[in-house]
Design a protein around this ligand. Structure first.
Ligand SMILES: [Zn+2]
Length: 344
């Protein structure tokens, strides 16, 4: 697009003193990685795309379902009907919002084997995940590689966010040495969540991203910011200095990046589902698998995944041989279904 139409597209943002023409130029040369494209990730992706951040990498392991639409603003009923992977559906909609920027959808589960590649080259990483295990993984990878990242979480009407600049600020592990009980007990799926708190948390995350990308670090909020839009509470806890003996940013141990800590199977955040990942990277011929399974149950497929229903279970299989098995919270049951129908 010509610079004339660009200055028209971004005119209100360029008028804003905090950004200006130079800030806009920096945004268009920037790369942001969004890890997890659910509610927060949707809001982040839309805002960063509209703001003209030049390259967006959207990482998500899941597909769109009807129950997502109440708060995951990048998705539509047809995405849910087609069960499109969230990364792909998000990239499709961004193309309609801003065709000038580059979007890279990645249908993968962020884990120890790929997280450093996923955040490499990013100027900023935004947390759109729903669990602390993945946040510690992002924290380890970002601190190790000195990439700025922005933590965010929301449950019920409550939300929290914090911006981590490795070695400049405390890291996630300095503030939460272990996953806080509030994050491990009720999750988005067991206690519900309303969209306004998503909008608030994502708005602060995106504002911080824009400050970082335009180089305005003095305007960062430098706090653990908490909100409750139902109880009408707002709190800003100033960050102290980083902990000298923090395992991550003090001692450089990065325990989640070790292969030994990899989980082959994981129960998914209140979904009554288990994710099974192959122990080594793999790819699977979904068409051949579909033919094989057709006699054993109902099979549906799109370009990215295959869904197989048998009895009370539903197996969704991705090209990387990963599967989300719905109908159980039991890892042993899920593993046996995986080996029976998919292999190994
Ligand atoms: Zn730390």
């Amino acid at each position: 697009m010509s610079s004339n139409s660009n200055s028209e597209r971004y005119s209100r943002q360029i008028l804003f003193a905090g950004i200006g023409a130079e800030g806009q130029r920096r945004l268009s040369n920037s790369r942001a990685a969004i890890i997890g494209c659910g509610a927060l990730g949707s809001a982040q992706a839309e805002a960063l795309a509209r703001a003209g951040v030049g390259t967006l990498q959207i990482v998500d392991r899941d597909f769109v379902e009807l129950s997502n639409l109440q708060r995951q603003t990048m998705f539509t009923e047809s995405d849910a009907a087609e069960r499109l992977p969230k990364a792909v559906a998000c990239a499709n909609h961004i193309e309609e919002v801003n065709s000038d920027i580059k979007v890279e959808p990645k249908i993968v589960d962020a884990n120890h084997s790929n997280i450093e590649a996923l955040i490499a080259d990013a100027d900023v990483v935004l947390d759109g995940t729903d669990n602390f295990a993945t946040r510690y993984l992002i924290n380890d990878a970002c601190v190790k590689n000195e990439v700025n990242w922005i933590y965010g979480a929301a449950v019920g009407s409550y939300g929290v966010t914090m911006t981590i600049r490795p070695q400049q600020t405390p890291c996630l592990r300095c503030i939460f040495p272990e996953a806080p009980p509030a994050a491990s007990a009720p999750t988005c799926d067991t206690s519900g969540v309303i969209m306004p708190i998503i909008s608030v948390v994502a708005a602060v995350q995106v504002s911080e991203a824009l400050k970082l990308l335009t180089g305005d670090c003095k305007s960062l909020h430098n706090s653990l910011m908490q909100f409750d839009v139902w109880r009408n509470e707002w709190r800003k806890i100033a960050l102290g200095s980083k902990l000298p003996d923090c395992p991550t940013c003090g001692l450089g141990e990065y325990e989640t990046l070790n292969a030994e800590s990899r989980e082959f199977a994981a129960v998914m955040c209140g979904r009554h589902a288990v994710q099974i990942s192959p122990s080594a990277s793999a790819s699977i011929d979904l068409e051949a698998l579909g033919r094989k399974l057709a006699s054993a149950g109902e099979v549906k497929a799109n370009d990215y995944l295959l869904r197989f229903r048998t009895g009370d279970y539903e197996l969704t299989v991705f090209q990387d041989a990963r599967s989300i098995i719905r109908g159980t919270d039991d890892i042993a049951t899920a593993r046996s279904l995986y080996s029976k129908y998919i292999g190994n």
